[in-house]
Design a binder for this molecule. Structure first.
Ligand SMILES: NC(=O)c1ccc[n+]([C@@H]2O[C@H](COP(=O)([O-])OP(=O)(O)OC[C@H]3O[C@@H](n4cnc5c(N)ncnc54)[C@H](O)[C@@H]3O)[C@@H](O)[C@H]2O)c1
Length: 168
């Protein structure tokens, strides 16, 4: 099985991917645009990991995301890709609108189309997580606590069930 992580070269995403691969056998497709906030060297430790597939690209590029979804058939999408530095939005809001609204919408649309074509069992377990807010991230003991606002396409997944899926 495979999961698709977006923004996995950023602060939270890279820690998540490293921790995930330490503790899981499932491979990670890591899609990141490598903006000023993304740092590929965050992932240096994964250079020899056959389970880490880094793809340099934009979540708003539907052709790319459709291809990745169809090729790798992930059971889950975890979206960390964002313009996250709020102070920058004051001087340059356009990139925020583009990534956090327009491109995120395109990613959601790709996911919806992919989910539409899944067989019923895969449809039931497929989830799409986003992190509009996070309650906390334990220091050096990374536990991603899903916010109540996490977007779940396939169904409303109870927060406890979501935690079982994701806490590593
Ligand atoms: N860091 C925190 O303390 C914190 C707290 C609350 C919520 N969050 C949220 O969690 C998410 C991740 O936060 P972070 O601190 O890791 O952010 P970050 O800025 O460190 O990383 C964002 C990553 O997304 C990538 N990216 C940006 N636009 C992209 C695009 N269009 N396509 C593909 N990749 C793109 C960047 O290259 C970067 O690697 C954000 O939604 C953020 O708002 C973070």
């Amino acid at each position: 099985m495979t999961i698709l992580v977006t923004g996995g070269a950023g602060f939270i995403g890279s820690n998540f991917v490293i921790e995930w691969l330490l503790k899981n056998k499932e491979s990670v497709i890591n899609l990141d645009k490598l903006t000023y906030a993304g740092n590929i060297s965050n992932l240096d430790g994964l250079k020899n990991s056959p389970n880490h597939i880094f793809v340099h690209g934009d979540i708003g590029d539907s052709k790319l995301t459709n291809r990745l979804l169809n090729e790798y058939q992930p059971r889950c999408i975890i979206n960390f890709a964002a313009e996250s530095h709020v102070d920058r939005s004051i001087h340059g809001p356009e990139e925020f609108i583009q990534t956090n609204i327009v491109s995120t919408f395109h990613l959601l649309e790709s996911a919806r189309k992919y989910w539409d074509n899944l067989k019923s069992k895969k449809k039931t377990i497929f989830v799409f997580f986003m992190f509009p807010q996070m309650r906390c991230m334990d220091h050096l003991n990374i536990k991603l606590r899903l916010s109540q606002k996490s977007i779940v396409i396939s169904q409303i997944v109870h927060i406890q069930r979501a935690k079982r899926h994701l806490i590593i």
